[in-house]
Design a protein around this ligand. Structure first.
Ligand SMILES: [Zn+2]
Length: 135
């Protein structure tokens, strides 16, 4: 109950869930419309029935796929790196991302000149072995 989760993954998943539920609601509406259209318009009813079933099947499929992916994502957390730079002497340092880090935030003073250092970059480490970094 007291599970605290404010990560980006949760945000994305709740958005996906919203889309899925809208699709599901629309397909259910299509099915209801199909049932009511059967007596008056046969062809339209069949189309609505088809759309309804496709929508329902698709949203259920996506829902299961998303749940699988979220499980996989929650196990493996990508490492995020923060680059800190000194404006005065150009000293650069790299460390792990810490909660509350943002670009242009002033952090610890420079090791060389004691000037406050700035966060200049926050990025996720890419685990591709082919990729070569220039810096
Ligand atoms: Zn410096």
């Amino acid at each position: 109950m007291s599970k605290k989760s404010s990560s980006a993954t949760t945000k994305i998943s709740s958005f996906v869930l919203l889309v899925i539920f809208i699709t599901l609601a629309l397909s259910l509406t299509a099915l209801i419309l199909a049932i009511s259209a059967f007596s008056s318009n046969g062809i339209a009813a069949y189309y609505l029935l088809l759309i309804g079933f496709l929508g329902a099947a698709l949203s259920t499929y996506v829902l299961f796929q998303t749940r699988k992916r979220i499980k996989r994502l929650s196990i493996k957390t990508p490492s995020v790196t923060t680059t800190i730079e000194c404006r005065k002497c150009g000293f650069k340092s790299v460390r792990d991302f810490q909660r509350g880090d943002y670009i242009f935030r002033e952090v610890d003073p420079c090791q060389k000149c004691n000037e406050n250092m700035l966060i200049t970059a926050i990025y996720r480490e890419v685990e591709e072995k082919k990729k070569r970094t220039l810096f």
